[in-house]
Write a protein that binds this ligand. Structure first.
Ligand SMILES: NC(=O)CCC(=O)C(=O)O
Length: 267
C-alpha cells in the first residue's frame, strides 16, 4: 500500500476557506502524481490546533463544509483519505473529530479525539472527549485512528491492536518545543505494538505557536522510513509492506507475552 502524508502549513495569513480549497487540490495532485492509495492530512489543519479562540467560530457540523469538500476530494482522487480533524459542533459541545473517507467518498469513520490537550485550559476545556476507539478496514489492512496528544497514551493503541489495527494513523498539530517527544513517541508506539505508524503533523506558525513539522513514517521494527522537514509544508510518500506486521510479530512475538490482569500487591 502506498501512502502519502501531507504536512500542511497552518500559517495565520491564510483563511480557512482558501486553505480548504488549496488542500483539496493538493490531495488530488499528490494522489495522481504519486499513485497513492491512502492520503493523510494533519490535525485541525483548517483552523490550526492552537488557535483556541477560533474553535467555536470555525466549528462545523460533522457533515459541514470540510466533510463535503473532503468526501468529494476522496472520490475525485479515488483514494482512502484520512482528512485530518475538524472542530466538530456536536451534541451541545465541540469535539476534535477526525474524518476518514473511502475512495468512493463515503465516510468510513469519524473519530472523536479521546485525550484532550491543555490540562486545565485550551482544548481540554473547550472540547468534549471522545469515548470510542475507531478502526477502518480497507481491502489491504486495518487502520487504527488516534489524534496528536493521544500518542502519549499507549493503552489506547493497545486497544487498537486488539481491534486488529496494523497501521496507526495519527494526525497532529504538535508544537516545535516538544518535537523530540513527537518522533520518540511515534517510534515507541510502532515498536511496542509492531505496527506501521503514519504520524502527520502541521508546519508553520499558528497563533504564535511554531509547529513541529517532522511528520514521520515508522515501520513495525521501529525504523524511520521517511521524515519530513521540521519547518516547511511537505509530502512524504512511502510504500508499506503490510506483510512486515505479521512478519515482525512472528520473528519477535512479544505481544504474545502480555500479562493482563497482573496487579500491584494490595490492589
Ligand atoms: N494538539 C495536541 O494534542 C498537542 C499535543 C502536545 O502538544 C503534546 O502532547 O505535547
Amino acid at each position: 500500500m502506498r501512502a502519502s502524508l501531507l504536512q500542511i502549513a497552518v500559517d495565520d495569513d491564510e483563511s480557512v476557506i482558501s486553505r480548504r480549497a488549496r488542500v483539496s487540490s493538493l490531495v488530488r495532485e499528490v494522489a495522481e502524481r504519486e499513485g497513492s492509495g491512502l492520503v493523510v492530512l494533519p490535525e485541525l489543519w483548517t483552523t490550526g490546533a492552537f488557535g483556541y479562540e477560533a474553535f467555536a467560530a470555525e466549528a462545523e457540523p460533522l457533515e459541514g463544509p470540510t466533510y463535503e469538500v473532503m468526501a468529494e476530494t476522496a472520490r475525485a482522487a479515488g483514494v482512502w483519505l484520512h482528512a485530518g480533524s475538524i472542530p466538530e459542533a456536536g451534541d451541545g459541545t465541540l469535539y476534535n473529530t477526525s474524518l476518514v473517507f473511502s475512495p468512493s467518498g463515503e465516510l468510513a469513520a469519524a473519530y472523536r479525539k479521546i485525550h484532550r490537550f491543555g490540562f486545565d485550559k485550551g482544548e481540554a476545556v473547550l472540547m468534549g472527549a471522545g469515548h470510542e476507539l475507531a478502526t477502518v478496514r480497507t481491502p489491504e489492512t486495518v487502520l487504527g485512528l488516534a489524534t496528536c496528544y493521544d500518542l502519549r497514551f499507549p493503552e489506547l493503541f493497545r486497544g487498537l491492536v486488539d481491534a486488529g489495527a496494523e497501521v496507526f494513523v495519527v494526525p497532529a498539530g504538535w508544537p516545535a518545543r516538544r518535537r523530540a517527544h513527537w518522533s520518540l513517541l511515534a517510534r515507541a508506539r510502532a515498536v511496542e505494538d509492531q505496527v506501521y505508524v503514519l504520524a502527520c503533523g502541521t508546519a508553520g506558525t499558528h497563533a504564535g505557536v511554531e509547529q513541529a513539522g517532522a511528520s514521520v513514517v515508522v515501520d513495525p521494527w521501529g525504523g524511520v522510513l521517511a521524515e519530513a522537514s521540521p519547518t516547511r509544508e511537505a509530502v512524504l510518500t512511502v510504500d508499506l509492506d503490510l506483510a512486515k506486521v505479521a512478519g515482525t510479530r512472528e520473528q519477535f512475538p512479544a505481544l504474545k507475552d502480555r500479562r493482563l490482569g497482573v496487579a500491584a500487591p494490595g490492589l
